[in-house]
Design a binder for this molecule. Structure first.
Ligand code: NAD
Length: 319
């Protein structure tokens, strides 16, 4: 059983099997990436660029083939992806997905090597993250929760902000991999703490999108040029990343995701229940959660979350 730490090059001895020749140029650390969607795919490619031997698995084979085309390897199932991996990175939609992939009969814990490091970059419930980290520990697999912020652009540019929960030594072991996909990596506390901070992040983003949508709708209703308004707003105290990255699309009513309304609705459910658990008031967040839920109920779940603009305009009798 190998106990080599992630980020440390493996032996440089000549390979005994021709199969190993393909990966002579990697740094010797194998990272399995499970979930090659909007975020997981570019993160996997950045790991390839950073020198890792990356083996990807996704439910739909086309996404695996795309990774293979960019220098990674493909696996037919979770077991094949994780059985020889030093690090397993999951980037899946929601808590039940992560739970199934981790604990399932053919899942990560059934097939990962002892001493492997599981890094969950998905956004899931903090309490589920804690429970799954405990389950991993019982199987000799180290765990950190490392949800990310920065969107698809941040994933492509390897500029994600990553909030990490877990034991100090495990977080340090994960750091080289996280540095390859992100530019701000902060250890925020024990298991689950990363997910708590990510929930706070989603609270801020949803509220900000709601207010930007209201502001853009407001200036449009007054016949003021939206682009000009955005340019000057972005330079003052009202400046924010939503204005920088989303306002142009909102003005043009272009809402290709990005970050899907379905996923932000999921995250606001996490925020709402975690806030209730802690007994804290989130009056603005609750309103944002209601708006996101309504947008989804109207059939817009697969649009980018900036499509809140549509709902705000509609509530104002505009389009
Ligand atoms: P996505 O839906 O584009 O990707 C998820 C991928 O997981 C899909 O390709 C899907 O086929 C795959 N998948 C689902 N279940 C699977 C399973 N059992 N086995 C293998 N593959 C499976 O979602 P995304 O936008 O990449 O988001 C992933 C996670 O990252 C979510 O938790 C989301 O909240 C979070 N996140 C997303 C963004 C963003 O801007 N998109 C930003 C930060 C965080």
């Amino acid at each position: 059983m190998t106990t080599r730490s992630p980020g440390c090059p493996a032996s440089t001895a000549p390979p005994e099997h021709p199969e190993e020749n393909r990966h002579m140029s990697t740094n010797g650390t194998t990272v399995a990436v499970i979930g090659l969607g909007i975020m997981g795919a570019p993160m996997a490619v950045n790991l390839v660029k950073a020198g890792y031997d990356v083996i990807g698995y996704n439910r739909s084979a086309a996404k695996v083939e795309a990774l293979v085309g960019q220098g990674g390897r493909g696996a037919a199932d979770v077991a094949e992806a994780v059985s020889a991996a030093d690090v397993v990175l999951t980037m899946l939609p929601d808590s039940p997905d992560v739970e199934a992939v981790l604990l399932g009969e053919d899942g990560v814990l059934a097939h990962a090597r002892s001493g492997a490091l599981w890094v969950d970059a998905s956004t899931i419930r903090p309490d589920v993250a804690v429970r799954l980290a405990e389950a991993a520990g019982e199987k000799g697999v180290r765990a950190v929760d490392a949800p990310v912020s920065g969107g698809e652009a941040g994933a492509i540019e390897a500029a994600l902000s990553i909030m990490v929960g877990g034991a100090e030594a495990d977080v340090e072991a994960a750091r080289p991999v996280l540095d390859a996909v992100g530019s701000t990596v902060v250890h925020v506390g024990p298991a689950g703490a990363g997910q708590t901070v990510k929930a706070a992040n989603q609270l801020i983003v949803a509220g900000t999108i709601g207010l930007v949508a209201e502001a853009l709708n407001f200036v449009e209703a007054h016949g003021v040029d939206g682009e000009a308004a955005v340019q000057v707003l972005a330079g003052g105290l009202a400046g924010n990343r939503i204005l920088d990255r989303k306002a142009t699309g909102m003005l043009a009513r272009e809402f290709a995701p990005g970050f899907r309304v379905d996923l932000h609705h999921k995250d606001l459910g996490i925020v709402t229940s975690a806030a209730r658990e802690a007994g804290v008031a989130i009056p603005l967040g609750s309103t944002a959660a209601q708006l996101m839920g309504t947008l989804r109920a109207r059939g817009h779940g697969s649009l980018d979350h900036s499509a809140l603009m549509l709902l705000i305009a509609e509530l104002s009798g505009r389009s």
